[in-house]
Design a protein. Sequence first.
Length: 159
Amino acid sequence: MSPAPSRKHQKVSMTITREFSSFLKGKRCEVYAAPFDVRMSGQKDERQIITVLQPDVCVICDPSKLDDRGCLGAPDIVVEILSPGNNQKELQNKYDVYEEAGVKEYWIIHPDERTFLRYILSTENKFIGERLLTIGDFVQTPVLSGFELNLTEVFEGLD
């Protein structure tokens, strides 16, 4: 059995989930936190499940993708929180899967370094990385007009 994520990981996950949940109340999009299966389909045959992942947090704005087993297809936003020992998996393997599947935004948060990195899917279906953000910065997203995430609050109390 894998060890549970660190306290810092869980604190960041809860903060982000709470911020999304509060903003999305009464709106079409929904937020889910791990464990929550995201079943990615192949591009050639949408009925063929190729990969099942459990992002730390994800936002899904298309209710037709949701069923009792989780999400079938790409979420709009995926948030992965780095922990010691999972950086390669998050930064290489999942990046490729999320890009190929068409995730609109892929957020990578490093609690120990207090950094936030976002990749946005281009019109050519390739991720484009933005500048690294940290304490004092705010995150806004075109996926959720009006949403703002204060990174000072996300990283607060991690010492």
